[in-house]
Design a protein around this ligand. Sequence first.
Ligand code: COA
Length: 330
Amino acid sequence: MNDLQLYTPKPEDGWFYVKMMSDPATMAYNAPWFPPDGCIPNPEAEWIDLQANWIGQEPKRFYAYLQRNSDGAFVGDVNYHYNPERDWWDMGVLIYAPERGKGYGRQGLRLLIDRAFSDGVKRLHNDFETERDAAYHIHKSVGFREVDRENGIVQLELTREEIMTEHPILVEEIGAAAIPQVAPLVAQFRVTLKALKGIHASPDAEAGAEELKEYLDAGFPVYAARSGDRYCGYLVCRVDAPCVWVESIYVLPEFRRKGVGAALFQKAEALASSYGEDTVYNYVHPNNDRMIAFLKSRGYKVLNLIEIRKTYPGETPTTQIQVANHTFDY
Ligand SMILES: CC(C)(COP(=O)(O)OP(=O)(O)OC[C@H]1O[C@@H](n2cnc3c(N)ncnc32)[C@H](O)[C@@H]1OP(=O)(O)O)[C@@H](O)C(=O)NCCC(=O)NCCS
């Protein structure tokens, strides 16, 4: 169970950074570089630099606080940054000393890994002194591999491919029995679509379950992706033979950029090919840069602008982009 989340700090949250950087118990590990106690001189200036250069720079750089869900308290921070000389991303995780011993280091590391690989990072790297047993242990426990140990420093590495091999994604067609597990994803997708139109909404699992049931009752093929027992994405197709439309595709944020979307989309393409078609159809909101990048990476391109459906009361009408495979040139 993860009690922490990543929190992008605002300028007024700098007090926590200053508190950590000035706390000898938290910073003791840093003493060889910042004697005598590892504390950073002038943390207020460092904070201004962090705000200016580290936030909103993904996938080159990333910085976030670790925030406890139960009471909103900050308990540490995480970061990654690209190292062009080595073509890897150096990373760091730091837990505020009074919050140590609660499993937050490992949770923070997992959150950072998920975030980094979904931002497009390919290879994470960390190094520290061989005697830092706790740090070594948590890195190993989340899958890091030791690549070198020299002059008292251990080098550790984890690639996106390794994570993907360790947790293979299964994609299967689902029926009514899977509704309870997949409905929360449908609810999240509805929130995502509303956000693209500038409407804020909270996920409603019941509405998600209803929508999913309607699709299944109408005979729409629905596919879901899971990693172990955890459902992480789904796709709904509508067959208007011989055309196959992707009605919805959604991958949980922490599973993005790991090939889940591609594995789901391949199901729609396989269905289209069973009708002798080598393309699938999909409507994309013009603000949906992620989906457009995803479709382009699969050889699809924008054909024309088209309005796809009537708007609901209170909803602003939007123009939609129709995307089809390169074989449908016009
Ligand atoms: C769009 C979405 C389904 C993609 O799922 P995904 O599992 O992250 O996609 P994949 O990992 O299979 O990505 C395959 C390729 O697509 C491209 N791509 C995917 N997301 C991208 C992004 N954010 N920026 C740039 N390229 C991206 C990349 O080329 C990627 O390959 P790479 O990671 O090796 O570079 C996912 O971002 C999502 O659920 N978005 C919210 C829901 C949504 O908008 N649905 C569409 C409504 S029509």
